[in-house]
Design a protein around this ligand. Sequence first.
Ligand code: HEM
Length: 141
Amino acid sequence: MYPALTHSHSGLRWILLILLILTIVSVFGKRNGQTPFTEGDRKLSLFTLIAAHLQAVLGLGLYFMSVKVEFSSNTMSNSVFRFFTVEHTVMMLIAIILITLGYGHAKKGNAKRVFLFYLIALLVILVAIPWPFRELGAGWM
Ligand code: HEM
């Protein structure tokens, strides 16, 4: 169960990143309001929202199982424990709230706000991903 959840959570990152980038690129030229925000744009923002929420559900499941989440006097002095117990989780929750707020703007057809909220969420996610070169014991897939 734990390895399957870790692999799903790790793999779903790529789907979420691709959907976020597609949405941002798609609404970029519509920010001035002259090109209309389409039903396709709304659906793309919705799929991004669904992927983000699914990732949060898997992540919260992992939070209670992971060997990298620990509450002890060691938590803040150990870089792996600190990252997964606090930094990764808090930053990802902020990013998911931003995507949720962004989708609220997609429903109203406000391309400028969708662009802004999804772009900030993407930047937060890129910073909070445990990329292999950060040596936090995580892989590419
Ligand atoms: C509220 C949301 C989230 C929570 C609570 C959460 C929690 C966790 C936890 C506890 C782990 C450690 C798993 C382990 O034991 O190895 C983990 C790993 C990871 N998380 Fe998240 N996560 C969240 C959102 C995200 C998002 C949005 C992404 C990327 C788009 C992401 C990408 C990853 C990656 C790549 C790993 C490393 C998996 C590996 O070991 O290969 N997480 N997450």
